[in-house]
Design a protein around this ligand. Structure first.
Ligand SMILES: C[S@@+](CC[C@H](N)C(=O)[O-])C[C@H]1O[C@@H](n2cnc3c(N)ncnc32)[C@H](O)[C@@H]1O
Length: 330
């Protein structure tokens, strides 16, 4: 379970205070439709202050959870990475900045770029509540991906839920510039076949630019799932606030945000895991089946009770975990 920072949770309540529930719900419906269409929009999807408030309340907890989970994998695979600066490209209301600040409290400089001034305004207000000075002092800059300028250099660059809003050529140009700017670049997309496809394109581009894949892949050969009916994705569970429950008209107290991602660095990282668990483990008496991505293939690995400590580790393993756990071999 990913916990939303309390300050962000409180800020999101304030962000929608006074907005009639029906108007908020209509705007959420419009956003859902636009994101589901899968077509790159011809104009910004967040078209009004109401849309920005709706995005913040309805999507930001989930995109925060996705980026936070992705960065959790990065921390394990690249423990020596200790960024000082963070650039969030297409950062909207700043979900990724909260995830990065929580993961890397040593950050001293944060910059957010986006085309929607209203989203930057809401992001700035929310960030003002953050417990991390670097996020409170973040620079929120109006920017369009259509401009050809270089991006400011940063140790960590995030491009979270943005590529799907760009046409293919614009995606390529943005990735090239983000790669020139970053020491570690994290691209996050919805955990759908189309989102994974875009992540694979980003992964190929980064390998071409001599980056080392840090997570989630345990290798940088061609993805074994490319061209199959399967796709690599993970789930981040996040608690729903009362307002979130109302907006999503869901009964559950939580939601599982499915996301695909790739993180890659300009330097070698040293600690890539031997494999990655790609599904919820399946349990039968005395046996755990892990669907594993390993350098050679994606295939099930049955861990039996006879394997002692490894079996106990498999019982505790979760979708998205590295495998085998540090200090064991399998
Ligand atoms: C789905 S939102 C994601 C926001 C944020 N990164 C997150 O994870 O919650 C997509 C963001 O990309 C921005 N965006 C899309 N196309 C853009 C463009 N051509 N130039 C600048 N920003 C763009 C949008 O304004 C929006 O804030």
């Amino acid at each position: 379970m990913v916990e939303l920072p309390a300050e962000l949770r409180a800020g999101l309540v304030t962000a929608v205070e006074g907005v009639p529930g029906q108007r908020l719900a209509q705007s959420v419906g419009r956003l859902i439709e636009a994101y589901r269409s899968g077509r790159p929009p011809t104009a910004p999807i967040m078209a009004s202050g109401l849309d920005v408030a709706a995005y913040a309340a309805y999507r930001m907890p989930a995109t925060f959870a996705a980026v936070r989970s992705a960065l959790g994998q990065v921390v394990e695979s690249f423990p020596g990475f200790d960024p000082r600066t963070h650039l969030d490209v297409g950062g909207g209301t700043g979900a990724a900045t909260w995830a990065a600040a929580e993961t890397y409290p040593g950050l001293t400089g944060v910059t957010v770029l986006d085309q929607v001034a209203g989203a930057l305004d809401v992001g700035r207000k929310l960030a003002g509540l953050a417990p991390w000075p670097a996020l409170r002092a973040a620079a929120w800059q109006h920017w369009s991906a259509d401009t050809e300028d270089d991006l400011p250099a940063a140790d960590l660059v995030t491009v979270s839920y943005v590529l799907g809003e760009l046409a293919p050529e614009a995606r390529d140009r943005l990735l090239e510039r983000a790669a020139r700017a970053a020491r570690l670049l994290v691209v996050v997309e919805p955990g759908t076949p189309a989102g994974h496809e875009r992540v694979l394109e980003a992964r190929s581009a980064l390998i071409k630019y001599d980056f080392t894949v840090v997570a989630p892949c345990p290798h940088q050969h061609d993805c074994p799932l490319a061209g199959t009916r399967d796709w690599c994705h993970f789930a981040a569970r996040v608690n729903r606030s009362a307002i979130h429950r109302r907006l999503k008209q869901g009964e559950l107290g939580h939601e599982d945000e499915k996301f695909s991602f790739v993180a890659a660095a300009t330097e070698a990282t040293g600690d890539r895991p031997g494999g990655r668990v790609l599904r919820h483990p399946a349990f039968r008496k005395g046996m755990v089946t892990l669907q594993l991505c390993r350098p050679e293939e994606v295939a099930p690995r049955i861990v039996s009770k006879r394997e002692g400590p490894l079996y106990r580790a498999a019982r505790d393993a979760a979708w998205g975990d590295a495998w085998p756990p540090a200090g064991t071999s399998a």
